[in-house]
Design a protein around this ligand. Structure first.
Ligand SMILES: *Cc1c(COP(=O)(O)O)cnc(C)c1O
Length: 404
């Protein structure tokens, strides 16, 4: 290794080993206890994790499931979504949000998102409502809440169920209320890159509604009640005992992870906003109402627009996603990669343009929405809790040299 390579700091997008090594004994102890117990499916660990998550977010019911995707699927099944139904989803989100709708034979109807907060624009969603619309799925993308007041009132007006896809937003809040607990059902993911990252797949569904909770519990276990009698067409959507035990260990550290993510985001805001061509996303352009700050002038050429965290939201920074305007996004990504700094494009293609959803003729050429602009401009920087000072400094240094 040359001297140059030795001094170069490597910055991954996330470092699960750094996180888990720090609590290795706790994790091993928890896993070992489950192994010795001989009880691997729907035992005390899953029940305890459900209770802890319910307490954390303040809901009556939490139901552990096999993944964040299955949490969405079970939620949609519990509210009875099926063929002929339409469900409004943001065009710019992870695939699972809409994939689950389509898997049930229903139609995901894509609504455009806000270029500032990245979330579903309630006005655009309103324009997509038809007599077949049964539900709406706001996603709290990157760890910041969607504009839930507007979405809830839209849902009330049109009698829609609201499923919050809070896969990236466990611990986040909207006006003091935990994300996932505002609509009819909320879903979380414990995929290793999420804020509460498991050592494998896992998810959770939360609700205050006794009937929906009962349905969800049935559905995650084949719809069985009592034993070997099947009330519903459910499936095996169960969370493993061993995963629940490991997640309970990690849950004890969630606040600490959250604090460190927020500190990294503040650091980026402070350090990057001083560079030429860098601005913070203009709140005045956001879909969220009641935000009045004046818009700044758009920078010319390649510029960075940093994400905005609203005072009325608690942002949990699952991703620190900025926009690279002026067509420089891919160049910046390559420039960082050459300096051993990882970054990622969440997400490069709006869902309505995905081959599996594309209806022939449904897309007119040249039709561009905010989702298309974001798909071309977004870049997520490493913001994980274990990011060291010299690593985040290296990220800022590299961006500085890119912009100069
Ligand atoms: C991660 C994620 C999911 C799916 O969760 P899995 O646990 O990976 O199945 C769903 N929606 C969003 C927005 C996500 O980020």
């Amino acid at each position: 290794m040359s001297t140059l390579e030795q001094v170069r700091i490597e910055v991954p997008l996330i470092d699960v080993n750094a996180q888990n090594d720090a609590i290795l004994e706790e994790l091993e102890h928890a896993a070992s206890a489950v192994i010795r117990s001989g009880r691997y499916i729907l035992g005390t660990e899953v029940a305890a994790l459900e209770k802890e998550i319910a307490e954390l977010v303040g809901v009556k019911h939490a139901i552990g499931v096999s993944s964040g995707t299955d949490a969405l699927l079970v939620a949609l099944m519990a509210i009875g979504i099926g063929p002929g139904d339409e469900v409004i989803c943001p065009d710019f989100t992870f695939f699972a949000t809409a994939g689950c709708v389509a898997r049930l034979g229903a139609t995901p109807v894509f609504a455009d998102v806000c270029p500032v907060c990245f979330n579903l624009d309630a006005e655009k969603a309103a324009a997509k409502i038809s007599s077949r619309t049964k539900a709406i799925i706001p996603v709290h993308l990157f760890g910041q809440s969607a504009d839930m007041a507007s979405i809830q009132s839209l849902a009330e007006e049109h009698d829609l169920k609201v499923i919050e896809d809070a896969a990236q937003a466990l611990g986040a809040e909207y006006r003091g209320k935990p994300c996932g607990t505002i609509g009819d059902i909320g879903t979380y993911s414990f995929f290793p890159t999420k804020n509460l990252g498991g050592l494998g797949d896992g998810g959770m569904l939360v609700t205050d509604d006794d009937d929906l909770a009962h349905e969800a519990r049935l559905l995650r276990n084949h719809g069985m009640e009592p034993k070997y009698q099947y009330q519903r067409l459910g499936g095996n959507f169960r969370l493993d005992e061993i995963q629940a035990a490991l997640l309970r260990v990690k849950l004890r550290h969630l606040r600490d992870y959250e604090t460190r993510r927020a500190a990294n985001a503040s650091y980026y805001h402070e350090a990057l906003s001083m560079l030429p061509g860098v601005s913070i996303a203009s709140e005045a352009d956001c879909c969220c109402p009641l935000i009045t700050e004046k818009a700044g002038d758009a920078a010319e050429g390649v510029g960075l627009v940093l994400p905005v965290a609203y005072a009325h939201n608690k942002h949990v920074w699952n991703q620190f996603t900025l926009r690279v305007t002026g067509g420089g996004r891919d160049r910046l990504k390559t420039f960082l990669a050459e300096r051993r700094i990882a970054s990622e494009i969440y997400y490069p293609v709006p869902l309505r343009r995905q081959p599996c959803f594309e209806e022939p003729g449904a897309i007119t050429a040249g039709e561009a929405e905010n989702a298309d602009v974001l798909a071309n401009e977004v870049l997520s920087l490493p913001v994980y809790p274990e990011l060291a000072d010299d690593q985040r400094e290296a990220v800022v240094e590299a961006i500085r040299s890119f912009l100069l």
